[in-house]
Design a protein. Structure first.
Length: 352
């Protein structure tokens, strides 16, 4: 089977932490109403547009594929039985999915009962107290292609579905690896929509099994010249900004280049003197994942009320609010883990 040694395990943890930072930046774009009120033709706004696209829509878009790739490699690197795996995934994926979705529904319901802040907490123009049966189904399922109430939890939902299909995916790859790889490439570069699953989930989860099946070693990526890797990644992110509207495949290619870049970067960071700190921080990636989106929204709304929205203010909001959220989530995770380690373990799916 695929051997995950201590150094590769460290690299995986580094990639998890880098990826969760990128996920936060994906969701950190300025509030639309304030952003649209800025002067659209000014050079400073064009620079802000460029920065936001490069960080949030190009570089950071490698995060989710990386998470699915890592999840797949960790699954397939060991022999497993379907029933045993699903029991494990009910604890590590389904239970946290249900808990955190319910937590934020309850939080919003309570916030919506306070008149002074109620207007800031509707989701999709609905209040929880007005939910009918269809709304509750949408809040927890993929009904009509909807996201869960806490929409970032779509990742856990898709991951659970992929684990249900894990044995089937393995058998198909084993029987027709070349054909399936061609189909995956077509799916990725054509942006075809798949019912019940995001196309990036099935593509990169399946590619994870290819890594295990063919014993693909990260040392191949490590041999790439660092300067060349950096220039290539930077070049594709700029091309993504300039041409992806006309040629969407450039964005998809940029994501693949980004994945290879960050895998290489993870190897270099293992030689960093403070690498252990990054690995320690990665333990709280899940807490950042389930807490960042709502808190980002609240802080952005608060900033709108307090500060006049200029280019400089929105730049600072864009860069600093995610940092504040990440630090706050880690602090909360440390405190919660110390106060109630068993509870923390359950609600994070035994990620400790």
């Amino acid at each position: 089977m695929y051997r995950i040694d201590e150094r590769l395990s460290a690299r995986i943890n580094i990639l998890k932490f880098l990826s969760i930072i990128m996920v936060v930046f994906i969701h950190s774009s300025p509030a639309v109403t304030a952003y649209n009120s800025l002067s659209g033709g000014s050079l400073s706004k064009q620079c802000l547009d460029f920065l936001i696209y490069i960080l949030s829509q190009s570089i950071s878009r490698t995060a989710v594929p990386l998470f699915f790739l890592i999840s797949s490699i960790l699954l397939y690197s060991k022999e497993f039985r379907w029933v045993t795996n699903m029991k494990k995934k009910c604890r590590s994926v389904l239970l946290p999915y249900l808990f955190w979705n319910s937590f934020w529904i309850l939080f919003s319901y309570c916030a919506q009962t306070i008149k002074i802040i109620a207007a800031y907490f509707p989701r999709d123009s609905y209040y929880v107290r007005d939910y009918g049966l269809l709304d509750w189904l949408k809040a927890y399922t993929y009904l009509n292609g909807n996201y869960p109430y806490l929409y970032t939890l779509w990742f856990l939902r898709d991951l659970f579905l992929l684990n249900i299909l894990a044995i089937v995916i393995k058998k198909i790859v084993d029987k027709a690896p070349v054909l399936l790889l061609a189909l995956l490439a077509g799916l990725w570069f054509s942006n075809i929509t798949i019912p019940f699953l995001d196309n990036q989930t099935i593509v990169f989860f399946t590619l994870g099994y290819y890594v295990v099946k063919y014993q693909l070693d990260v040392k191949v990526i490590d041999r790439i010249n660092s300067f060349l890797a950096m220039i290539l990644f930077a070049g594709f992110t700029v091309m993504d900004y300039a041409f992806s509207f006309y040629l969407p495949a450039i964005h998809n290619l940029s994501v693949i280049i980004g994945i290879l870049f960050f895998i290489k970067l993870s190897g270099q960071l293992t030689f960093y003197k403070k690498c252990d700190r990054i690995i320690w921080l990665s333990k709280y990636a899940f807490i950042i994942y389930v807490f960042h989106e709502m808190n980002l929204s609240m802080l952005k709304e608060l900033s709108l009320l307090v500060f006049p929205q200029t280019i400089l203010v929105q730049l600072l909001e864009y860069l600093l609010i995610p940092v504040i959220i990440i630090i706050g989530c880690i602090f909360f995770g440390v405190i919660l883990q110390k106060i109630s380690p068993k509870f923390y373990s359950v609600v994070t799916g035994n990620r400790s």
